[in-house]
Design a binder for this molecule. Structure first.
Ligand code: SF4
Length: 375
């Protein structure tokens, strides 16, 4: 079993807070898919004959691309490996791209899960975030997607300029009224060198502080939890049976193969675990879609331990105290003291020799991980 990821690096324009690898020149789409076919053929031996658990079209904005290109790549994949009715095929989409005809076309080429970048159901907040769609677009698209796809996920973002708790509550309640199967909650973060980062540094913009964001996150966990959405990962909530199979596999450290510029891969061969990343340059990718790799490394024991700790915390997978003792940087006694402190703060629970993040601990997952890592 393996998962596949395709990074489609095109957006109409860059949102002020976004630092993903992308270009705003959709004229390159055809050449991109030609290069992708070459990369896919060259990597075929890495997944030939395997069952595909999930395929994730991320970006960038995959919904900018005509569905015929998605269809062409899926056909190439199905000639190499096994896509079945169980394979989750997710495409990330922005509301402004999705007319009913494009939703029909995506459904007909095999997409069975749509992940929609709603961000907000309030026009004021969408403008503050620099998004191109309106609240009405977002509502219409979610409803139309729910009529066509067995699983629909929406992204909501909190912490926009001027956002108060009441506005955020409005977003959450609007989402719950629509009943998507999956909701992802993201806190707006300032990524270096973005337009938003520069504006905040110059004093032109002011964002809600950490405490305000934490209150928004707690409100989301409470409202979504009460509505029956399981909080299965820091940012992700799902109705029963609708978690993202692709994301969960990557947090469980299962193998996945990435295609397209800036795509990451994680492969397991016997005892060896390898991570590598394609180059973050469309020009270099188009010139050499097979050889243009940014980094490749075989993980050391310490890296494997750290990944297991960090990723298990995110999904609240219990970690055995014995396992933590073997890898921890400071030895048994220090680790035991740290566990007591983290428990007193209410960030972890320790039961039957295992450690799990608490609901409150989700907010402090990075701090907890930093205390438990090998170095
Ligand atoms: S649409 Fe998404 S990927 Fe594109 S710039 Fe905006 S946030 Fe980034």
């Amino acid at each position: 079993m393996i998962c596949l990821y395709l990074h489609i690096p095109f957006c109409r324009e860059r949102c002020p807070y976004c630092d993903f690898f992308l270009v705003t020149r959709p004229g390159f789409v055809e050449r991109f898919f030609e290069a992708l076919a070459v990369e896919t053929a060259a990597k075929a031996a890495l997944f030939a004959g395997q069952s595909i658990k999930a395929i994730h079209f991320g970006g960038g904005t995959p919904s900018l691309v005509p569905p015929s290109f998605i269809d062409g790549w899926l056909s190439q994949i199905s000639g190499i490996a096994r896509i079945s009715a169980e394979t989750e095929i997710t495409l990330e989409a922005n509301p402004e791209d999705l007319l009913p005809a494009s939703l029909d076309a995506l459904q007909s080429v095999g997409v069975n899960r749509l992940s929609i970048g709603v961000q907000s159901f309030a026009d004021r907040k969408l403008r503050a975030l620099g998004r191109a769609h309106s609240a009405a677009d977002a509502r219409r698209v979610v409803l139309e997607a729910l009529e066509r796809f067995p699983s629909v996920s929406i992204d909501l973002m909190c912490g926009a300029e001027g956002e108060m708790l009441a506005e955020w509550e409005g977003d959450l309640r609007a989402a719950l009224d629509l009943c998507p199967q999956h909701i992802s909650i993201y806190m707006l973060t300032l990524e270096e060198k973005t337009r938003l980062w520069r504006d905040v540094r110059k004093g032109l913009r002011d964002l809600p502080g950490e405490e305000a964001q934490a209150a928004m996150y707690r409100m989301a966990a409470e409202l979504l939890g009460n509505a029956g959405y399981g909080h299965y990962e820091i940012s992700n909530f799902a109705l029963e049976g609708h978690h993202s199979r692709y994301n969960l596999a990557s947090w469980m450290r299962e193998p996945y193969l990435g295609f397209g510029p800036a795509a990451h891969s994680f492969l397991v061969d016997g005892d060896a675990e390898t991570r590598f990343s394609n180059v973050s340059s469309l020009t270099r990718y188009l010139t050499d879609p097979v050889g243009a790799v940014d980094f490749r490394e075989v993980l050391t024991e310490a890296q494997r331990f750290d990944e297991e700790v960090f990723l298990s915390l995110r999904i609240r997978k219990p970690l055995s105290v014995g396992f933590l003792r073997k890898g921890h940087k400071l030895g048994h006694q220090h680790l035991d003291d740290i566990l007591v402190t983290l428990q007193e703060k209410g960030w972890i629970g320790v039961k039957k020799g295992t450690v799990t993040l608490t609901e409150e601990g989700f907010l402090f997952a990075d701090h907890v991980a930093a205390e438990l890592l090998s170095e």
